[in-house]
Write a protein that binds this ligand. Structure first.
Ligand SMILES: Cc1ncc(COP(=O)(O)O)c(C=O)c1O
Length: 476
């Protein structure tokens, strides 16, 4: 398998070989025999390439070889408040003692009610109705089913297609996977759920040079291309458009000015719901507890979220739904026949509430808004390395794209890109930094440190990136 097709969620890493390596230890042998890693090349265990993480505190984790690594990806865009928070562990223990489990199928429990109410208060507009899931994929799956169900109940059962943007990742269940526009993730499982259609995504850095001086015109152009797809498919067949406020896959694509405003106009003109998939972007990651408003997407009909809702201390996702979309289900006439045993799990909901308490007490959303520009400035310093082409993102969520030539934005050849990717993750890890070299488009390294990070942590990230990018520069 080449680096280009190798799944990227778990980076392939060289475990430190100095002194004792975990290869041959009982835990490593057990892992290689029995633990099926997600998106993981299983040969990594035997080849001594996959670290075992044993503990974490604040912005660092330690592996079984005793190495301390800066968590520049917040686990997987998840650990907003940092690792090892006693109050979150206490919240889980307290709830497990009081009511460890009850479903929200025909019953309620206090943590689920409290969390739903709190999210509704914080959410933009009238997104006042909360459907809990266990993950981002389930949240996306829920939004697909809900948008189809909604239009059927509005007397338009033909509106079943769902649109998503080129290169986007929306999860792995067959419905969410249909929205995931990454061929190597879809092809092994074909056919995915029917009715998903791709639209273009704004990648201004890689746009036609005619747009390099006019990002707004580019935004209009890409939004108008979405309308062309809706018209081609037939507006009476399209239920919803899924967008991330900042698209992760491909490397932190921020919407050009005016782009989301135009998308909203187009969606309204053709009765298409907009689902803001904030599985990564919400809970402070890009600035704002919810990301859509700050990124110019004023009125999403549905928000999907997970990850940072509990900072990863317990699995939970939440789908936030507008009054309008909720309305057919409000009166008892119709039931949304969908759910998960563990959706809104009391322990996860209690942990999420405690997590939001930390957000509030420590002003984490404000912190990202205040310090985000300093993070950008720190990363921008890397532009003095000739292969650093673009630094883009928002809040504490950035992608750094490498290029052959800063002026012309020339791409690396496939062979060069594969070599660079294969080098980046292990080299960064050896420098004490866990981030991610995305392999789903051009060569981009993504960074998303815990929201408790400040200038000292930004500097750690910059230093390791500088060292490794300079070494890449010397090798090509
Ligand atoms: C935008 C987006 N949607 C959905 C998902 C799927 O979330 P999960 O891995 O929790 O199923 C992800 C995961 O990274 C994501 O980034």
């Amino acid at each position: 398998m080449t680096a280009a097709t190798r799944p990227s969620a778990v980076p392939v890493l060289h475990h430190p070989s100095a002194g004792e390596t975990p290869l041959g230890t009982p835990r490593n042998i057990a892992a290689s025999r029995h633990l099926w890693g997600h998106f993981t090349d299983q040969s990594g265990w035997a080849e001594d390439r996959l670290p075992t993480v044993v503990r974490a505190k604040g912005t660092y984790f330690w592996d079984s070889a005793g190495r301390r690594i800066f968590d520049g990806l917040s686990g997987l865009f998840t650990v907003q408040v940092g690792h090892g928070r006693e109050e979150l562990a206490q919240a889980a223990a307290r709830q497990a003692r009081t009511l460890s489990f009850f479903p929200v199928w025909g019953y309620a429990h206090e943590p689920a009610i409290d969390l739903a109410e709190r999210l509704a208060q914080e959410a933009p507009g009238d997104l006042d109705h909360v459907f809990f899931t266990n993950s981002g994929s389930e949240a996306v799956e829920t939004a697909i089913k809900l948008s189809r169900n909604y239009w059927a109940l509005r007397g338009r059962p033909g509106k079943t297609k769902v649109l998503s943007r080129a290169g986007a990742y929306h999860g792995t269940t067959l419905g969410a996977l249909a929205l995931t526009r990454i061929a190597s993730y879809r092809e092994p499982f074909a056919p995915v759920a029917p009715g998903a259609v791709e639209v273009p995504t704004p990648n201004w850095y890689r746009s036609d040079p005619e747009y390099w001086d006019d990002e707004e015109a580019y935004g209009r152009h890409v939004a108008d291309a979405v309308e062309e797809v809706i018209l081609r498919e037939g507006p009476d067949t399209v239920a919803a458009l899924f967008v991330e406020p900042v698209q992760n896959s491909g490397g932190c694509f921020v919407a050009p000015p005016g782009y989301f405003r135009r998308l909203r106009e187009i969606a309204d003109a053709h009765d298409v719901l907009i689902v803001s998939d904030e599985v990564i972007c919400a809970y402070g990651r890009t600035g704002g507890l919810f990301a859509a408003p700050d990124q110019g997407l004023a009125h999403p009909d549905i928000i999907t979220s997970a990850k940072g809702l509990s900072s990863g201390y317990a699995p939970i996702g939440a789908v936030l739904v507008s009054d309008e979309v909720y309305e057919p289900f409000a009166t008892g006439e119709h039931v949304f026949r969908h759910g998960y045993t563990f959706g809104g799990h009391p322990v996860s909901a209690a942990v999420a509430l405690a997590n939001l308490d930390v957000f509030e007490r420590e002003g984490l959303v404000e912190r990202v808004r205040t310090l985000g520009p300093a993070f950008r400035r720190t990363l921008d310093r890397l532009r003095d390395i000739p292969i650093v082409g673009d630094v883009r993102g928002s809040g504490y969520f950035y992608g750094i794209e490498l290029t052959r030539d800063q002026a012309t934005r020339e791409r690396f050849t496939e062979e060069e890109a594969d070599r660079i990717r294969a080098f980046l993750n292990p080299a960064l890890y050896e420098d004490g930094l866990y981030v991610r070299a995305d392999d789903r488009g051009d060569v981009v390294v993504q960074v998303a440190p815990p929201l408790v990070s400040g200038q000292a942590e930004f500097d750690i990230v910059e230093q390791a990136l500088r060292d490794v990018f300079t070494r890449v520069q010397e090798r090509i």
